[in-house]
Design a protein around this ligand. Sequence first.
Ligand SMILES: Cc1cc2nc3c(=O)[nH]c(=O)nc-3n(C[C@H](O)[C@H](O)[C@H](O)COP(=O)(O)O)c2cc1C
Length: 238
Amino acid sequence: MDTDQAIRARRTIRDFEPRPIDRAALDRILEAGLRAPMHDPKDGRRFLVVDDGAVRAELARGFWRERTSEETAAIVDSWEVELPEQRAMFLDALPKQASMLLSAGALVIVCFRQAEPLLEAKANLHQLNAFAEVWMGLENMLVAAAAEGIFGVTKIPSTPAETTHIRQVLGIPEDYEVSCYLALGYPAAAAPTFGPELGAVDAYVFENAWGRTPPRNDSGATRRASRREAGGTPGPVT
Ligand SMILES: Cc1cc2nc3c(=O)[nH]c(=O)nc-3n(C[C@H](O)[C@H](O)[C@H](O)COP(=O)(O)O)c2cc1C
């Protein structure tokens, strides 16, 4: 599978086959995460692999509580989600937040060194570099996994208390922040996916100024081709 195919294959999966991930495959996925750009050579990315079911259950106890489908629907309603497909995704996802961690073929707690509290007022975006870096690595991991037929889901701890619980259960030191849980596995046969239809890339792209859309011809030819046919794009950069 080439890179483009793996990127297109990647989808969020929350229902897994009861099948562990081979350690060599997991190592390839973790290495893909480490090969993402880093902001500091002394960077402190750490992956905590949790394969002990009792430890996973203890982690889930830090945030999970059973809800009726009515309670789940009331929570999703309170979020005032506009898109029907996103509402369907939340209705499906919310009841699976613990089961997806417990049933994953591999569960990884992704951490990074963060000397000062992450959520206090920041003077500039550079102070979020370690957090940003970890998410670059996560997409590398999800794409590398997809190339092997392995899929997954990330879950960011919802409250400071949940993070404290993860720290206590796993012995994570204070100067490390928990980025997220990464649950990986082989998708169950009926595992649903809910990603939005992207449509044309041009719908997301401006050129040279905010709101200025790239020219396109009627046949939907590429931006470069249409620009050549149109005799060039007006603007300061040619
Ligand atoms: C930063 C981030 C946080 C996410 N947190 C959760 C989460 O807490 N629980 C969950 O089930 N999915 C979570 N997701 C997965 C998204 O719901 C999912 O990516 C989205 O529905 C799009 O679907 P796709 O990944 O199949 O394209 C998260 C995704 C991102 C990028």
